[in-house]
Design a protein around this ligand. Sequence first.
Ligand code: NAD
Length: 421
Amino acid sequence: MQHIYADPTFQMACDQFWMIAEHLQIPMNMRDRLMYPKRSIAVAVPVRMDDGSVRCFQGYRVQHTLAMGPTKGGTRFGPTVTIGEVAALAMWMSWKCALAGLPYGGAKGGVYVDPRKLSGSELERLSRRYMQEMIPFIGPHTDIMGPDMGTNEQVMAWFMDTYSANLGHAVPEIVTGKPVSVGGTYGRRESTGRGVVYLIERAAHLLKMKLGNATAVVQGFGNVGAVAAQGLAYKNGMKIIGISDISGAYYNEHGIDVRAAEKHVRQRGDLAGFSGAEPIPADDLLTLRCDVLVPAAVSGVIHGGNAGKIQCRILAEAANGPTTVDADKVLFERWKEIFVIPDILCNAGGVIVSYFEWVQSLQSFFWNETEVVDRLFRVLEQSFGAVIRRAREEKIPHRLAALAIGVERVVKARQDRGLFP
Ligand code: NAD
């Protein structure tokens, strides 16, 4: 069917949805309502560049389902952003929030731009203008924004300031992932990576596998990947033998000094020229023999062409949609060899702590970091247990089990609310 979302990532989200719809026997007349976004907004974002010229960027916001409460989702600044990609990410957010039991529907936003090519002041003008264009469509009880690839705490502070300036008073609850100084929560920046590490520990425990001295490979060395690598190396004593980012992939069989790599990225912007490891072809990273593989960058990196060559015991999907439906078929076959922690479970730590941040901002009542982390682990424990139980009971792969729980909860809410009018 022709539609504005035509894009491989959206197709992938739809194929997954269709698989789960068959499994759950969702009535045909509900399927399109569940799959296609409820609302999509496309805006032109004109920005004055430092040289005086004006460039116009394409910005999007997709609100996938309104049945569960306000929508919630990050904003991605990236050179591959399309409305279809944003719609796929919004759909996954709906299933992810429902799986974690959060009172949100999924949303996502994005701007088609390479943020690395902008100066700091250009990035600020782009962020503020994007938020300005979105103000009529969002709100603390309508749609709450957060960070994603290419955006960070500073961008969230600009979003919050722009929204607040328009209303004439501070509205910290309009965004999550903002700095603590303007009403953010302790532990948000680390939350996704921390959740990934917690779930790897739980999977290792189930598999009776010792993590000390075991090996890990992490693709993507940003907010999520770097925090996950730190937790695996310094909390669990693992050897991180491979890392990568947009500049390339790097290997060291004796283990990479994660702090040195982080320092290098802080000083130089990316891993290019990092002397603590050998550069290797980017495509070889994911097929390195290791105990734990963590894709923490872009979607679709594990596909029909490489899924059979992956050599890990635990695949922890920190990124959104790293595994295509073709690859899934291969991984389903290899379920005894590879324990998959599916994305909507694996990276849910981010939205769970975002929910805590929203609650704190609404109440102006703040928690300390220990409370945040304890509650995060409690929610993850429940979700992990539910997925493992469902997979065992129905003899289905973990991804199908995770999606079944999430999609089923959205279906139930839709059915209970009925069709208006
Ligand atoms: P980020 O922008 O902080 O980091 C992204 C990293 O990936 C960077 O190191 C970048 O250089 C690298 N990268 C980009 N393209 C790459 C490629 N083709 N190959 C290898 N590396 C590449 O982003 P992030 O917040 O860490 O997000 C990473 C992933 O996690 C995304 O899929 C995002 O949707 C997902 N995620 C993030 C959060 C969050 O809280 N930030 C929550 C849930 C899911």
